[in-house]
Design a protein around this ligand. Structure first.
Ligand code: TXA
Ligand code: MG
Length: 337
């Protein structure tokens, strides 16, 4: 049985008790909703993997209510981590740190490191504080699916599999936290997210970005090799490069003519012309923060419209654009250059 509750102080206290007793609580953060359990309870952590159908080899992020809790999960805090934490916590930055033995292998998939962050959301912070436990939480979606940015998204994916969903409205950032490995020199972004490369570099100097096999610069592998993640149910096609806008419009028209129900994740500047194509259009906005905030909701909304295919085009790789492009590339079954 899953209860969906508004995030009142009383309901947060109930949810904290559920965490304390080894149960599962989905809760809002500033990025996406998390599926939380007591990070120090092996059985509770196992329930997270079961609920999401997530492979055990994919480690979880441990959420803290503040720096003062960090000693319970991390063995040492290098000066650079301290500097980053002071600047960006609470916020969408996840740091990879040497782990305390008390953190179960289930959380870290047997790694000697643990991923840690302090979320910038009053409900998340209150839940962790009242539960008085570090909370392990991946995004609260079925494995491989689009991350949830509303409580209803969580309900769609995980009802019957989680004890409580705390409804705290829409999340504000919309894409996941930046995962940063500080064990290398220079530090390396493992997953681009809410704290941009530029923001990190302003504080600690040069930062590199781990390039997955699926980047535009290095050339894309053949479609069969693409591993879908953060993905809607419909097939998704991403247009990149100089002619992305023209190709997107052309292919939208062509697919519509061929009798397909076409969905488009649209930038504001493309809205007018897309109205003439017969497509079902979801408006993402014009600036990166709006696009990031609306991206996953848009994928889910188009899925619900029963479209056969979702088309979209990329924007710049600067700022939040890097995280947006990363998610689009991973969600796409085909990238057209
Ligand atoms: O914004 C977020 O980060 C959201 C909210 C709920 O906090 N959480 C989230 O968790 O996106 P998840 O499980 O979907 O993604 C966790 C990421 C994965 O890419 C995982 O590989 C990486 O963090 N990760 C976790 N532990 C790690 C470790 N010890 N070393 C390297 N990467 C790690
Ligand atoms: Mg996830």
């Amino acid at each position: 049985m899953t209860e969906m509750l508004s995030a009142t102080p009383e309901n947060i206290a109930r949810a904290a008790q559920v965490i304390h007793n080894g149960g599962l609580v989905a809760f809002p953060t500033e990025t996406v909703y998390g599926l939380g359990a007591d990070a120090l309870n092996v059985q509770a952590v196992a329930r997270i993997f079961a609920a999401k159908e997530r492979p055990a080899a994919d480690p979880l992020i441990v959420h803290l209510s503040g720096m003062e809790q960090i000693g319970s999960v991390a063995r040492t805090i290098p000066p650079i981590a301290e500097k980053l934490a002071k600047t960006f916590w609470p916020g969408p930055l996840t740091l990879i740190l040497p782990k305390q033995p008390a953190v179960p292998d289930a959380v870290t998939s047997g790694l000697d490191t643990v991923a840690v962050r302090v979320p910038d959301h009053p409900v998340a912070l209150e839940l962790i504080r009242v539960a008085n436990r570090p909370i392990a939480a991946p995004s609260a979606n079925r494995f491989g699916h689009t991350s949830p940015t509303t409580a209803y998204h969580v309900w769609d994916d995980l009802r019957g599999r989680v004890d409580i969903i705390l409804d705290g409205g829409e999340t504000s950032v919309g894409v996941e936290s930046t995962v940063l490995d500080i064990s290398t020199s220079p530090p390396r972004i493992l997953r681009p997210g809410g704290i941009t490369r530029e923001m990190l570099e302003a504080v600690i100097g040069a930062v590199t970005v781990l390039r997955q096999q699926r980047t535009i610069e290095e050339g894309l592998p053949s479609p069969g090799l693409l591993k879908k993640h953060y993905a809607p149910h419909s097939e998704m096609v991403l247009f990149v490069g100089e002619n992305a806008r023209e190709t997107l419009i052309e292919e939208t028209r062509a697919a519509h003519k061929a009798g397909k129900r076409v969905g488009v994740l649209a930038l504001d500047e493309d809205m007018e012309i897309l109205k003439t194509t017969g497509a079902v259009v979801y408006r993402l906005g014009s600036d990166e923060s709006s696009i990031a905030r609306r991206l996953y909701a848009g994928m889910r909304w188009l899925d619900r419209q029963g479209v056969d295919v979702i088309l979209c085009r990329s924007l710049s790789e600067s700022g939040l654009g890097l995280a947006i492009l990363d998610r689009l590339v991973r969600a796409a079954s085909r990238v057209v250059t």
